[in-house]
Design a protein around this ligand. Sequence first.
Ligand SMILES: Nc1ncnc2c1ncn2[C@@H]1O[C@H](COP(=O)(O)OP(=O)(O)OP(=O)(O)O)[C@@H](O)[C@H]1O
Length: 227
Amino acid sequence: MINVKNVKKSYGAMNEILKGISFTIDEGDFVVILGASGSGKSTLLHVVSGIEVPDSGEIYYDESNIALFSDRELTQFRKENIGFVFQQYYLLPHMNVDKNVKMGADLVGNQDYRKMIEAIGLKAKMNLYPSELSGGEQQRVSIARALAKKPRVLFLDEPTGALDEQTGRQVLDYISKLQKQYGFTIIMVTHNENIAQMAHTIIKINSGQISHISTNAMMKTAFEIGW
Ligand SMILES: Nc1ncnc2c1ncn2[C@@H]1O[C@H](COP(=O)(O)OP(=O)(O)OP(=O)(O)O)[C@@H](O)[C@H]1O
């Protein structure tokens, strides 16, 4: 489904961050991208999700190479296919939970978005504002917002990076349960190697290059992994 071929990305003339990355991802896979700080994980996530454009290489979603898309085509592509969750939530502070999630749903006209609020365990807090929620709850709102547009692929950049262990496990548990329910593909960046035990495919990157790709036959739950 996703086929990344020899992708390169630099910031400035001497600063090559992605040095020729290639991999494929199947529909419905749970992929974790591991690597040290500064190895290029976030840059890779931005390029594969169409937030940024690579300098060279190809990024196929089925038959379409999004590396060739115009800005307008990319915006449309992201709207229809991509959900993105960041470490820092990026909720709108003046909107309550319901409105924050509705914002994602409105992008594609999904009337059904409250189901997602319920599925992520926040029905009782629907009318609260982000400042009235814990970090884990805020991250769950941002996941509900991303999933409210029914994306094909959910990208997550260190979704538990700002959370304590127990809250982090809860958030990961919701993510994997929702994947089983809705069948979207997960591509998650983390530097917590334990989280990779939840994934089916593990891509390790080092200094902008892939050092190892492996698959995991025995995926663990969020409460079985180490931390
Ligand atoms: N917009 C940008 N302009 C210039 N340099 C950038 C930009 N974005 C990232 N970089 C540089 O690219 C390198 C890789 O950054 P990236 O965020 O992809 O790494 P990472 O593996 O996700 O790191 P971390 O785990 O610390 O978030 C870093 O040296 C960073 O300074």
